[in-house]
Write a protein that binds this ligand. Structure first.
Ligand code: XMP
Length: 316
């Protein structure tokens, strides 16, 4: 008999016992785990917590503002760091997907470390590690690998943090339940997973400011549309991809030569295998119209009808 309110009290007591009057640092990704952890820690240790959100410029439209608006009113001492220029600079001209991931992981650690040092001394580093992560990192190469940049374990030893991981025994559903009781807004609480490298791995090939801007607008139309049509919760993950394909189209009396955007939505239990979501044609038609009308750099929209395997969920 799992009682979330009771668990919250226990977790808070455990954190207080571990941390004492020490200072705690937390990296917020904007996902449900780290956001919920921020809320829990704010309750447990208040101002002893500093939460840091790195804006790497690979986020969705309005994401940083959403995280700020969700956490600050609930007492989380949240600092947002604008590291967009560093990330864009480091990724300049890089088209290989694994290379992109490596660079983003490295830059993330750098930005976080710099911020941590600037903020003074911290005794603890909090992480939203869940029970399945604990199991995975014991074995399974693929999954652990995928999440490698997510934990900030690559930090230099002299920072000398002790780890605080209150969610180590919990599953995602349990964290979501805790999030509900702590007042995390639904759009974050029930959000699809979003990869650490963000939109960079959905903008195929070398990224540019201009391409990221196009992708952000397409993604926003698609994700908002799914929510508007009540289809969001029925998908496990949905994404927009900006392809490097340019093709001929016609807009009014004019010939266009613009990019192709791909939409993908999947259903899955574990993200190891997935089916493409059978979204209604009418919905897809509406999305296609909105995208080509509102995003002038796009003149063609395709829907990905491939399962995993043989395809992966992301295109890079
Ligand atoms: P794939 O594309 O391998 O994705 O079918 C499976 C799940 O993992 C996510 N994913 C990532 N998550 N960093 C992450 O944090 C990554 O580099 C990464 N690559 C894929 C993907 O979004 C999906 O949920």
């Amino acid at each position: 008999d799992w009682n979330a309110e009771h668990i919250i009290d226990e977790l808070i007591a455990d954190v207080q016992a571990q941390v004492g009057d020490g200072k705690v640092l937390l990296a917020i990704s904007g996902g449900v785990d780290s956001s919920t952890l921020g809320l829990l820690l704010a309750r447990a240790v208040g101002e002893q917590l500093t939460a840091v959100f790195i804006d790497h410029g690979l986020l969705r439209l309005g994401e940083r503002e959403q995280v700020e608006a969700a956490l600050r009113p609930l007492g989380v001492n949240l600092i947002t760091v604008d590291a967009r220029a560093e990330f864009m600079g480091a990724l300049d001209g890089v088209s290989d997907p694994e290379q992109k991931r490596k660079i983003i992981g490295r830059e993330f650690i750098r930005a976080f470390e710099r911020e941590a040092r600037g903020l003074g001394h911290f005794d603890f580093l909090a992480q939203g590690t869940l029970y399945p992560d604990v199991i995975e990192s014991a074995g399974g190469e693929g999954a652990a690998n995928i999440k490698s940049h997510h934990n900030v374990g690559g930090l230099p030893d002299d920072l000398n943090f002790k780890l605080v991981e209150p969610f180590r025994t919990l599953f995602k559903d349990e964290v979501r339940e805790i999030a509900r009781l702590l007042g995390l807004p639904e759009h974050i609480r029930m959000r699809h997973p979003f990869p650490g490298p963000g939109l960079a791995i959905r903008c195929l090939g070398a990224i540019t400011e201009e391409k990221m801007d196009i992708l952000r607008r397409v993604d926003d139309i698609f994700i908002s549309g799914l929510r508007e049509f009540g289809l969001y919760d029925g998908c496990s993950q949905a994404l927009a991809i900006l392809t490097p394909i340019q093709s001929v189209g016609v807009m009014g009396d004019e010939r266009t030569y613009s990019y192709t955007a791909a939409l993908r939505a999947v259903t899955t239990d574990d993200f190891m295998t997935a089916e493409w979501a059978r979204l209604p044609y009418e919905f897809l038609a509406t999305m296609s119209n909105r995208i080509v009308n509102q995003v002038h750099e796009i003149n063609r929209v395709v829907y990905d009808i491939t399962g995993k395997p043989p395809a992966t969920i992301e295109w890079e």
